[in-house]
Write a protein that binds this ligand. Sequence first.
Ligand code: PLP
Length: 330
Amino acid sequence: MIDIAEIEAARGRIASTVHRTRTELSDRLSTAVDVPVYLKLEHHQRTGSFKIRGATNAILNLSDEQRAKGVVGVSTGNHGRGLAYAARQNGVRCIVAISQLVPQNKIDGIRAQGAEVRIVGQSQDDAQVEVDRLVEEEGMTMIPPFDHPDIIAGQGTLGLELIEDVPDLTTVLVQLSGGGLISGVAAALKARKPDIRVIGVSMERGAAMYACQKAGKPIAVPELSTLADSLGGGIGLDNVYTFEMTRDLVDDIVLVSEAEIAAAIRHAYWQEHQIIEGSGSVGIAALLAGKVRPNGETVLLLSGGNIDMALHHRIVSGEDVDVTAGDENA
Ligand SMILES: *Cc1c(COP(=O)(O)O)cnc(C)c1O
């Protein structure tokens, strides 16, 4: 388990690289649900998502020998971009393996940071095979997107900021995919204030951690296309940290539909003047759909903004966008 001391250490380590993003009261959402609702504007983070926090922490913890051989990781896009950024800052070679489900704008974002991208197969699991090969054959160090102490501690720095910004917060809605984010945030928040409710939000299509928690152990969950593309992928059958931390620290997990995600992207744009990707919007989606009943000051994390702008335009223009068409498992 990762504790608050490790999260505080991570904060000091990454402070000069990452932005300290703002938290703002949303008048519209506060009125809608009758409690103060705050938005943590983490989509304004460098590289467009919080993933740079964990990635920077991991890169700064490498030994000289590891730095010399480079790093490699699998990604749905944002971890790769954060990792590429952190690697370049520190003069470390970086290769990111992704599946064909990763949108082009995210591939471009990784390449723009100078990393090499390898596109392999139809899932995170397929891309992982390439990562394992590079570790084996080239001695590169794997920096996974969530199940790693440095990653969890880095993402947890968000929790420290949340409680500084909203000291009386009672409920926080956090995106949930592999669980690095929610594990770190919950560890930080609950160390400071144990009765805070931490609620995970995933999409209905391919909610891996939700299915694993129901099963009581890590299981394979098919990956499906979704507007919340950064939340896709399994948690790993050999999961070490995030399955147990989620089980022990997260109070509830709720799921949102594709239509609810689209409605939340629209709300963010028209009402809050924020451009966020589908994954970043699921907290707003859960709140607007009445899937969470807040009982006091509530924080929604806007975790990322890396959406294809043509897709965003179609969604906010009111088009009924269906990214799941042609998906065999739909
Ligand atoms: C990676 C990611 C998440 C989920 O983080 P996990 O640690 O995998 O649970 C949420 N939102 C965005 C924008 C992401 O990139």
